[in-house]
Design a protein around this ligand. Structure first.
Ligand code: COA
Length: 377
């Protein structure tokens, strides 16, 4: 009998390719983007600098950053057609579905989306980074019956997000906490959505198709959708006094607790301490202390009972809630950030492409003869 193939379900532990973009080191709970620890980037850089780093492999100098910001800010406007599509989208639709549609539409507006050269793809990536917040703001307001607010060129990406959604820029501490979350969400190796994007463009499909597919992949609650699920869980618990009993009951029912666990990190997520620090700042600023109290109890109970640690979504969810953002916008915010990592990977994939096409082991019936329809019982 031929040797049975080794099956790696969920591609667990499989190294598929090389990348220069980031390195996840689960053994020491560390994540670096082009050599820089993510927590250092979060403390010392704004999101725009990190976007540039992911695309170019180096942090920008002041001149490069200024030129990049001018380019990005100049591309925030949407066409009248795309705005009309957003305004006609079903109000009850999820903003992730809106983004999936809007990015796909943007691809159709590109006169030659299949042109694969790296410079063109970088320009498209900057365009996506610039336009996604405008798409989100337009939908956020349209479904509340509010007028569209045009993006502003004098605001950073984070400030502009609040401007296009709420018509005002909040306190600097809030903008800073939001910006930190974007830095932490920007990139994470061959995660499911990034890998989805790489698979799509490995067929020499276009960048927009890769990003559209990646958005669909990120939406799932086992991936990006977890930050929304965490907040729904905290609202369901409602009170820190109930948190431990809730967790024990959920574990007894063998429920998956959102915001805990990770395919790669098994001893803690390197991004958590930074996000928790900024979530605590949001609690201090808003006086909404109960969410972090609940988080701490859930964290301690889960580690004690199952030895499973929280992931970034566990703290970003309540942080966004305290900023006053609707829950179903949390995963779209993840898109705003991760589009930088996705597109860096898409450009990298196309730079040394090989079609991604794994094998499977067949477990269906053995070979048999086709019985003509007329003779089938
Ligand atoms: N709640 C309860 N149990 C969990 C858990 C969670 N969040 N995450 C993992 N476990 C348990 C599994 O049930 C399994 O237990 P078993 O061996 O008794 O069956 C064990 O831990 C191993 O988990 P496994 O499902 O093999 O881990 P994975 O690497 O396939 O899954 C996730 C990783 C992220 C899909 C998983 O941890 C999960 O679903 N987490 C919740 C969703 C989430 O927060 N996603 C965001 C990730 S950044």
């Amino acid at each position: 009998m031929a040797d049975e193939p080794i099956i790696h379900r969920g591609l667990d532990g499989v190294v598929v390719d090389t990348t220069r973009i980031s390195k996840v080191m689960p053994e020491i709970n560390a994540l670096v983007y082009s050599g820089y620890p993510v927590q250092d980037l979060a403390e010392h850089c704004k999101f725009e600098e990190v976007a540039w780093l992911l695309w170019h492999g180096e942090l920008p100098n002041a001149e490069q950053l200024a030129a990049f910001e001018v380019e990005e800010r100049g591309q925030r406007e949407l066409s009248a057609d795309l705005l009309a599509v957003i305004h006609k989208a079903p109000r009850r639709g999820h903003p992730m579905d809106l983004l999936r549609t809007a990015v796909s539409f943007l691809g159709m507006e590109d006169p030659a989306p299949e042109q694969e050269d790296a410079l063109k793809n970088l320009q498209r990536s900057i365009g996506l980074l610039a336009k996604i917040p405008t798409m989100l703001g337009a939908f956020y307001r349209a479904r509340k019956g509010q007028d569209f607010i045009a993006p502003r060129k004098d605001l950073s990406i984070s400030e502009n997000f609040f401007h296009v959604c709420f018509g005002r820029v909040p306190a600097p501490e809030v903008v800073r906490a939001f910006d930190v979350s974007l830095v932490l969400y920007a990139e994470h190796g061959f995660n499911a959505s990034t890998f989805t994007g790489r698979v799509v463009v490995s067929t020499l499909s276009d960048l927009y198709s890769g990003v559209t597919a990646a958005i669909g992949s990120l939406k799932g609650p086992l991936h990006g959708g977890a930050n929304e699920a965490v907040m729904r869980m905290l609202l369901e618990i409602g009170d820190p006094a109930r948190a431990r009993a809730w967790m024990l009951a959920a574990l007894a029912e063998k429920r998956k607790i959102m915001g805990f666990g990770h395919r790669v990190y098994k001893k803690g997520d390197s991004r958590c301490p930074t996000m928790r620090k900024y979530a605590v700042q949001m609690a201090d600023l808003t006086g909404q202390t109960k969410w972090m109290e609940m988080c701490d109890i859930l964290n301690d109970t889960m580690i004690q009972q199952k030895g499973i640690y929280p992931n970034l979504d566990f703290y970003s969810g309540p942080a966004y809630h305290m900023m006053g953002i609707d829950i179903d916008m949390f995963t779209p915010i993840f898109v705003m950030a991760r589009v930088t990592g996705w597109t860096a990977h898409i450009i990298e994939q196309l730079g040394a492409n090989r079609l991604i096409r794994p094998l499977s082991q067949y477990t269906g019936p053995g070979e048999r003869k086709v019985v003509p329809l007329i003779q089938r019982a």
